[in-house]
Write a protein that binds this ligand. Sequence first.
Ligand code: HEM
Length: 401
Amino acid sequence: MSNKNETILLREITKFTSREEAWDPFTWFKQMREENPIFYDEQQDVWNVFLYDHVKQVLSDHQLFSNKKGRSSIPFPRDDSRTNVNFCDPPEHRKRRALLAKAFTPRSLDEWKPRIESIADALVDDMAGLTNVDIVDTLAAPLPIVVIADLLGAPAKDRELFRAWSNILFLPYAMGSYDEIAQQKAQAIKEFQEYLYPIVLEKRKHPEDDIISDLIRAELDGERLTDIEVVNSSLGLLAAGNETTTMLISNIFYSMLVDQPGIYQELRTDVTLVPKLIEEVLRFRFPIAIDRRIAQDTTVFGHEMKQDQMIVAWVSSANRDASKFDHAENFNIHRANNHNHLSFGISSHFCLGAPLVRLEATFALTSFINRFSDIRLHEEFKVTDHLTDSISLKSFPISII
Ligand code: HEM
């Protein structure tokens, strides 16, 4: 479990003073790339990098930048068990990841396609006849929850439970309310474990075609996983996948309405552009920063960095680095290299769920675009009225035609 001293507070580094600034950090990123690309935050003893090549190096060089870390900015209570894929480095990491990867084979993805498509279609069908919808509530939030509940093998009727747990797990640790938030998270984890445990016991007796059954069949160091390890690996997937996917889908709608109004009609005439749209939103408008521990004293970036200091790689800034993306501050789904964004990470820890996210977002958008002839932003819409404490869209009311 994390404690105060282990948590890096990113908001204490950015020091944004308003929600407007926090929602639009790109001016600060640009300034940092130009004036202060390697920035040391004294208060928390954390280095920060903002350029594409630096971010890529921090994420790729595990000998210098390790994932075995005491502190982290991940707002999720940590689990140091042998099944955790995040807080470890190769070669140990390879074994742990291989275990989870058994549930994410290309064959599983092929089998999941019709399930995901029908979940996306059903959510879009539910919007038929409506003129105003909150796209977070109707599509962006339920889609990943129903999908992960289905893929884990839990009944879809329990999706609200999954949603409530996932929301709590991602509450940011704000300085003042740390203990209270930590307690809420511990409670959500306990409830999730108690909920999933009997399901795991049942599936051990009667394995089915789902992720929990795949994890039950998998082996680590020649041993099967224990029931609680299967539960915790499932919890890890819930934590890794839900909020991120919700954020992606709601940001896609935001980009279609605010970053490039009118693009919806282009997508309607050629729905095969949807994957390009998804990659550009991941590049242009996806908030993500990843931390590592500096594993040995180094001057690799021209500054003296000490062993055991932390370093934050500001991925959302790297994704707007003009040396990698032409007119990087422009939203352009047609750019040839938009998939070179680093929003899924890179190298050994590259997001295991990336193919799943891409499927979910593609089915959701394709189904939506085929169904509705246009979307409109409400005149009175003010984004800062619709943000969670972690500065993602908690609601996004739009008109659908
Ligand atoms: C838009 C959605 C998502 C984004 C942007 C995203 C992003 C990321 C990033 C940046 C990493 C690398 C972290 C690091 O290097 O320390 C990562 C790792 C991971 N992601 Fe995702 N993720 C998304 C959705 C998902 C989903 C849906 C799942 C599974 C259900 C998932 C499972 C994982 C796992 C298991 C890892 C750990 C991989 C490892 O350490 O080897 N992610 N993700």
